[in-house]
Design a protein around this ligand. Structure first.
Ligand SMILES: *Cc1c(COP(=O)(O)O)cnc(C)c1O
Length: 674
């Protein structure tokens, strides 16, 4: 049933606030939306406004979309320089290069509304949802000052500079006329709504992402800054305010835009106040019914990682009724002074999921009262976003095995049928080498070698991920490089601005790099500033092996390694998160495994013993790589190419197409649109 009064104009063009961003008119008309078909938007919006259509709203504090390399909108006016990725510095043990060169990019900065893995997962989820043609909305916040711009320096580590961009001129981002209002304590705050459309790969379907923004003229100067910085951690008050804007503001935004949503999906506990906003309008005996419309994904594997908001501060943000409901559902036994958002979300949702099999076990141990509603659905990555051109071309050439791998990534498993095809193996190696040459060229001042073993560690510099593990004993590393073969090691990753331990790790890495300055003939170590999805893509495609050494069981899933296996890049990893269910053939697994009952209580970081087993594993890996690089029979029958094949086969499972299908069976129960 399509409401008759809704036409193209009222549904789409009429919603846009052209007076706020006049230049949009140049890029949007009834046929063309920044180089994409406007028709797909109008058709999907019509379907989403159909009240009969079952649909989901997916709430997340962050969304990592990657418009610099996937779903890139075209613009008829020159890109505003403020929205380009800034040049960044490289810190290496070849300091003279660092002084004279930086990495120059002439590319759009990726929409700066994410900090790391949680956001990238949310972005990849929306892309796979679009490809699956599910009726779906995303709800998030427009962070006017992004997350942080990382600057690093020797002896100091990381400095988090302010990030600046201009939403009005960002291709594809559209301000709407609609406003929603809410109270932060006694102050009334108005929120502008924005939309950003995620197109399916065939460009025939979209998922609208609704973004909330407090930077409007009618707010007080303080009110305008509430949606400035993602995870602004100046105080508890800020954390609560940002969560209220997402949860309460999000529900009101959906209503103000005329959508009727069936399932509210909370990606992390951050959005738990969405339940409070809906429940407050209903008598408590209807809450069970409301809960059936809530689902929750928990990403936090340790008790200490859950959001606990002090009641003494909640009072200044929530009204009495909101506080009452929050306490009713979110008070932990023995701690009436705080509201635990994980508990609130678990109590509000009728179904909850952990993000890997292993994380499912950990979560059930932590929340024994909720075991029945918890299920593990392993994370994934959007294969079309993270696959390199050279691998995509290879898959296309071997049509018989890979078939329609773009629509159905499970087909990637058929690579196993090519395990003894020498021609294929040679082409696979060549596709990898092409990616590696791209990386070498991108970082050309640092003179990386195409045939030298290259490994990357790139992720958030959180303590449990143990950033500097591979540099624990540089003497040992030198010894391996001299005896087995030379090494190139690339680091990237930001620390959360409040995470002193993380910042210290970066400082430590830089110091170790400096200490290797005389050794660059056989060992090169680089630290790339300002890690983001753009840099991430270059690394996951171009290196020979992907290093992942979190302390089990703290990594709920992890996803960067999944991006690497899709490109045939083997893992050097501890057994944690997704790796625990990926099997042995995708690389070398090493290190400490948590004992039963010890889960999440570790105080010992096992640095020394795990560094030792990392070196043993690395030694073996460099050996295998050397055989592969030598080519001929030792390559064709060696273990390396076999690992590459098993990696790509694994990507048939570790992708968001498979993941959203599981979500759909377990919670959403959506019917794809025609
Ligand atoms: C994929 C990705 C992550 C997630 O990495 P983990 O493996 O989960 O640590 C973080 N940041 C960026 C920029 C990414 O692209």
């Amino acid at each position: 049933m399509k409401p008759a009064h809704k036409t193209i104009e009222t549904i789409f063009l009429d919603e846009i606030d052209f007076s706020y961003a006049a230049s949009l008119k140049k890029n949007i008309n009834a046929e063309d939306f920044f180089g994409f078909p406007t028709k797909a938007i109008v058709q999907t919006e019509l379907n989403l406004h159909d009240i009969q259509q079952r649909k989901v709203a997916y709430f997340s504090m962050e969304f990592g979309l990657t418009p610099s390399f996937y779903n890139t909108f075209k613009t008829k006016i020159p890109l505003n320089p403020i929205n380009k990725k800034q040049d960044f510095t490289v810190f290496s043990n070849m300091r003279s290069m660092d002084y004279f060169h930086s990495v120059k990019l002439d590319s759009l900065v990726d929409l700066p509304i994410y900090s790391g893995g949680l956001g990238v997962l949310a972005g990849d989820t929306l892309k796979s949802v679009a490809d699956s043609r599910f009726p779906f909305l995303g709800v998030g916040i427009l962070w006017n000052k992004g997350y942080l711009l990382q600057k690093a320096c020797y002896h100091f580590g990381q400095e988090s500079a302010g990030f600046i961009w201009e939403p009005k001129h960002y291709p594809g981002l559209i301000p709407l006329k609609n406003r929603v209002e809410l109270y932060i304590g006694k102050e009334r705050v108005s929120l502008r709504l924005w939309k950003y459309y995620i197109f399916s790969q065939d460009r025939r379907h979209v998922v609208p992402l609704i973004l909330l923004d407090s930077n409007v003229a009618e707010n007080s100067p303080g009110g305008r800054t509430l949606t400035d910085r993602l995870y602004n951690s100046k105080s508890e008050w800020w954390r609560i305010v940002q969560r209220k804007i997402l949860g309460v503001g999000g529900v009101r935004a959906i209503q103000s835009l005329g959508y009727k949503v069936d399932i509210y999906h909370l990606n992390e506990g951050h959005a738990a106040f969405a339940f409070v906003e809906i429940a407050r309008r209903e008598p408590a005996d209807r809450w069970e019914e409301i809960k059936r419309r809530f689902a929750y994904t928990c990403h936090t594997p340790v008790a200490a990682g859950h959001d606990r908001l002090p009641v003494s501060e909640l009072k200044y943000v929530l009204d009495n009724r909101e506080l009452e409901i929050s306490q009713q559902l979110g008070t932990e036994q023995g701690n009436s002074k705080a509201v635990n958002l994980t508990l609130l979300a678990l109590n509000a949702a009728h179904k909850a999921n952990a993000v890997s099999e292993k994380h499912e076990k950990v979560t059930k141990i932590q929340f024994p009262d909720h075991v029945k509603k918890i299920r593990g659905i392993t994370n994934g990555i959007h294969h079309l976003t993270w696959v390199s051109d050279s691998m995509a071309e290879l898959f296309d050439r071997y049509k018989k095995e890979f078939g329609a791998w773009r629509e159905d990534p499970e087909q990637l498993r058929n690579i196993l049928n090519l395990s003894s095809d020498k021609q294929f193996k040679t082409e696979l190696w060549e596709a990898h080498q092409a990616n590696k040459r791209d990386l070498v060229k991108w970082l050309s001042p640092w003179l990386l070698q195409e045939n030298v073993f290259t490994i990357a560690w790139a992720r958030r510099a959180a303590s449990y991920k143990r950033p500097e593990l591979i540099l624990y004993d540089v003497k040992r590393l030198e010894e391996i490089a001299r005896r087995v073969g030379p090494l190139q090691i690339i680091f990237a990753g930001k620390a959360h601005p409040k995470d002193m331990a993380g910042a210290n790790s970066i400082k430590g890495i830089l110091e170790k790099i400096d200490s290797l300055s005389g050794k660059r003939d056989y060992i090169k170590v680089l630290y790339l500033e300002d890690y983001d999805t753009h840099v991430g893509k270059k690394l996951v495609c171009g290196v020979d092996a992907w290093l992942n050494n979190p302390l089990p069981p703290f990594e709920a899933s992890g996803t960067s390694g999944m991006k690497a296996i899709l490109n045939g890049v083997p893992q050097l990893s501890t057994r944690d998160g997704w790796i625990a269910e990926a099997g042995e053939n995708i690389g070398t697994i090493f290190g400490y495994v948590a004992e039963k009952g010890e889960l999440g209580k570790e105080t010992n970081f096992h640095i020394e013993e795990d560094a030792r087993s990392l070196y043993t594993a690395l030694d073996e890996m460099v050996q295998l790589y050397k055989e592969a690089v030598a080519g001929g029979e030792s390559f064709l029958h060696g273990r390396w190419v076999n690992m590459m094949i098993h990696c790509i086969a694994g990507a048939g499972f570790f992708n968001t197409h498979r993941m959203v299908n599981s979500y759909n069976r377990f919670v959403w129960q959506l019917t794809p649109l025609p």
